[in-house]
Design a protein around this ligand. Sequence first.
Ligand SMILES: Cc1cc2nc3c(=O)[nH]c(=O)nc-3n(C[C@H](O)[C@H](O)[C@H](O)COP(=O)(O)OP(=O)(O)OC[C@H]3O[C@@H](n4cnc5c(N)ncnc54)[C@H](O)[C@@H]3O)c2cc1C
Length: 365
Amino acid sequence: MSELPSLTEFESFQTLLKNLRQQSSELNSPDAWPADQLREMSAAEVLGWLIPDEFGGSGISNADLTAGYEQLAAACLASTFVLTQRNAAIQRIVQSENESLKKDLLPDLVTDELFATVGISHLTTSRQHLSQPAVAAERVDAGYFLSGEIPWVTGADKADIIVCGGTLENNTQILVALETITQGVEIAPAVPLMALNSSRTATVKLNHVFVSLEFLLHGPVENVMKQTGGGAGSYTTSALAVGHAANAIRLICEEADRRPELNEILQPFAAEHAAISADLSQAAGDSSDASPPNLSAEALRQRSNSLALRASQACLAASKGAGFVASHPASRLVAEAMFFLVWSCPQPVVLGNLRELACAGFHDV
Ligand SMILES: Cc1cc2nc3c(=O)[nH]c(=O)nc-3n(C[C@H](O)[C@H](O)[C@H](O)COP(=O)(O)OP(=O)(O)OC[C@H]3O[C@@H](n4cnc5c(N)ncnc54)[C@H](O)[C@@H]3O)c2cc1C
C-alpha cells in the first residue's frame, strides 16, 4: 500500500477505517444505505476533502485523495463508492464559476447535512450509441428545460442535489445542480444490482423540468465533461479497484497464516499490488499532464481492474467452499469486483479488459 498521506495519518481517519471495516457486512441487508458511514466520514473530516478551505473544507492534493480512497475502499467499498459519487458532484460545483451557488452549497457539503450525487454518465460512457441524447436541454428565458432520463444516479432517493447534464439542439452541453424537489423530477426505485445494492442506484426521469440559471454550473459548451476533468476512468476509479484488491489480498494473507502453501500466491499478489499502488500515487501526484503511457489513467485502470478481479477470485479459491457461502467476505468481494468491469469504464479500458478475458493480448490500451 502507498505511503500514508498526512491527512490520513490522523487517528480519526484510522478509527474511521476500523469502523467502516467492521460495519461493511451490514450494508448487504436489503434497503441498506451508508448513512452511518457518511456520518462517520463527516466526523473524520473526510467529506470536505475536495472542498477548498474558504468554504470550510480541506482541499487535499490529488495524491492524498487517491491514497485516501485506496484505504477507504479496502475498508468498505460500498460506502467509498457512494463517497466518490458525492465527490464527483462536489468537484463540478467547485470548478464552476457560479460563485453564489458555490457559497450556497459547498459549506453544507463539508458535513453530511446535504447529499449531492451525479448523473453524468450519459455524457461519457452510457447510451453513446443512441442517436438522441438521454437528456435534452432547451434554453428559455431565465433557464433551461430538461427532458429525458438520467440512466444512472447513485443514492438518487437520498439526494438533495443531482449534478446532471443535458444536451442542447446545437449539440452543446450544460451541467446543472438539480434540486431533487424540483417539479417534474421522478426518481425510480433503486434497481436491484449484483452487488453494491446499498448504493441505491436508480434512473431519474426528467419531465420537462425547469432549471433556473441560478443552478447552472457549466456550459453551454461542447463536451462539457472535458472542461471539468476527472471524467470516466479517472485515477479515483483505479484507487477503488486497488483498495478492493488490497482487501482481497488481506484475506488471502489471513488464510496463509494457517496454510503456508498459500504464500506462493500471496507474494506475487502483494508485489503487484504494491507496484500498482506506487504507480497510481506517482501518476495522481504528477500535475504535468505528460505522464508516460504506462501511467496514463487508462493503463492504470486496466491494471487495477485486472488485479481486483484476479485477487478477489484467488481469495474465493483460497477460502474454498466456505468462501462460496453468501455471508463470507470472499463471496461479496468477487461480486463487488465485477463492478469495476462496468463502472465509469472508457471504451479502451473495456476493450483491454475484454482482450484479457479472451486471452487476446493484455495491457494493450
Ligand atoms: C452500480 C452502478 C452505479 C453507477 N452510478 C453512477 C452514478 O452515480 N452517476 C453516473 O453518472 N453514472 C453511474 N453509473 C454509470 C457507469 O459509470 C457507466 O456509465 C455505465 O455502467 C455504462 O453502462 P450502460 O449500460 O449505461 O452502457 P450503454 O453503452 O448504454 O449500454 C447499454 C446497453 O446498450 C447496448 N449497446 C451498447 N453499445 C452499443 C452499440 N454500440 N450498439 C448497439 N447496442 C449497444 C448493449 O446492449 C448494452 O448492454 C453507475 C453504474 C453502475 C453499474
